[in-house]
Design a protein around this ligand. Structure first.
Ligand code: PLP
Length: 425
């Protein structure tokens, strides 16, 4: 054994370590990929590197890719004060907590769901690290590799990534201005009788901004019952309606629906606080899966969110609606003013997104680079299709861009579209 107090000994040890490192480096020529689980082959194909590249194309880019709330819409004073209150009693709660979440927060969530028309017991509410964790937990308890998940086509990219990570087979059903096409859903259910669940974002859908009609909601529920599939309803934007009547969540129409909510869009995504509501057996398994994953949400943050929700959330949502309504109106007016013939767009009554359909001849990936060189960075729509097969769509978010920048950004986008068309004539 080397005497660590001996200088000569340390030199010998260093030399031995260097020799060992050289030997290890020589061994490392073998490819390493084979040791990882098969499911990791679906990891890491991220849009974000492409988006960062787009930013480099212009010295003052206008970015329409952000699915976050506007800074002015975050109840920051409420959060600061609530965090102070939460830390005051912190010594009592810095041990491990209830996996289901802070009971007062669960009561509050149940009451807020009641206001949306869905009568739920706090005992069916699980606080999660955002809807993202809710999607993950639903997959964890429902999916074996190869199982079928039915989704809107297009749908939320993050959910597609989660489904891929569970080696699910994703089957898409088209969406129109009234939400998922229920006749097409029925055909898919007939063709895929062992499908596990329908994943739907019925209200102010990401990415299309569209909302499913009540009639379609009832038909979806009837079909789910008939074919024995679960419904996972992802509902982050329901409280951000700018005009028209509230449409009740699917969970308000059927207590078997697995419902996912989040404070990411109404408070802030950085607090990582959302919730799942599920029928008893599903709930039991989701809580167990949640405990295995990471035990529970951060207990201080749950109290911060609770006090913010009690003291500041409704007023903050009212303010946010005013900001987003004006942004949406500006975007729709600019689209009407600047877009050439052949370009279509959705007209959302809430949420963050407008969905653009370009002429079929477009390839959105080359077009996104061209648009970036004109100074507008957009989210290429192909990322919202599990097979990336549709190349003529774009998602625009209006939540974080100031009104004058929205108008300028759409003007630049329209110029880029004209330039792309001209370049191919
Ligand atoms: C439909 C949908 N589900 C889930 C999420 C993720 O939400 P969270 O921050 O709560 O994980 C988003 C955010 O963009 C979303 O649009």
């Amino acid at each position: 054994m080397i005497d660590r107090t001996d200088d000569d000994g340390l030199e010998v040890e260093a030399a031995a370590a260097t020799e060992a490192a050289i030997e290890i480096a020589a061994l490392a020529v073998e490819p390493t990929g084979t040791r990882f689980a098969k499911r990791t082959s679906t990891y890491g194909s991220s849009i974000w590197n492409d988006i960062f590249d787009l930013f480099r194309q212009h010295d003052d880019p206008i970015y329409f890719g952000d699915g976050s709330p506007a800074k002015e819409a975050i109840p920051i004073d409420g959060l600061r004060e609530s965090s102070r209150i939460a830390w005051e009693s912190a010594l009592e709660i810095l041990n491990y907590g209830d996996q289901r979440g802070f009971d007062q927060l669960r009561n509050l969530i149940a009451a807020r769901m009641g206001a949306l028309g869905a009568s739920v017991s706090p005992d069916s509410v699980l606080v999660t690290a955002g809807s993202t964790q809710g999607i993950d937990l639903a997959c964890k308890i429902l999916l074996d590799p190869g199982d079928v998940v039915i989704v809107e086509r297009p749908t939320f990219l993050g959910a597609l990534e989660t489904f891929a990570s569970y080696e699910a087979r994703v089957v898409g059903v088209p969406v129109d201005a009234d939400g998922m096409d229920i006749d097409a859903l029925e055909a898919v259910l007939k063709a895929e009788p062992t499908a596990k669940f329908i994943y739907t974002i019925p209200t102010f859908q990401n990415p299309t901004g569209t909302t499913m009609t009540v009639e379609r909601r009832y038909r979806m529920i009837a079909l789910a019952r008939q074919y024995g599939v679960e419904i996972v309803e992802d509902d982050p934007y329901v409280e951000l309606r700018y005009d028209g009547e509230h449409v009740p969540p699917l969970r308000a129409l059927d207590d078997q629906v697995i419902y996912l909510g989040t404070f990411s869009k109404t408070i802030a995504p950085g607090i990582r606080t959302g919730w799942a509501v599920a029928p008893p057996e599903t709930y039991r398994l989701m809580v167990a899966a949640r405990e295995i994953a990471d035990i529970s949400n951060d207990r201080i943050t749950q109290r911060t969110v609770y006090h913010t929700a009690v003291n500041a959330l409704d007023a903050s949502i009212e303010r946010a609606r005013t900001i987003y309504r004006a942004n949406r109106d500006t975007m729709l007016a600019a689209l009407t003013e600047f877009m050439p013939d052949g370009v279509g767009w959705s007209e959302p009554a809430g949420g963050f997104f407008v969905w653009i359909t370009l002429p079929e001849s477009f390839d959105v990936n080359t077009f996104a680079t061209l648009a970036a060189s004109f100074g507008t960075v957009v989210f290429p729509g192909d990322w919202f299709y599990h097979d990336r097969a549709v190349l003529n769509t774009i998602r625009l978010s209006f939540s974080t861009v100031a009104e004058d920048r929205i108008r300028e950004g759409i003007r630049r986008l329209a110029d880029a579209i004209r330039s792309d068309i001209a370049g191919r004539e």
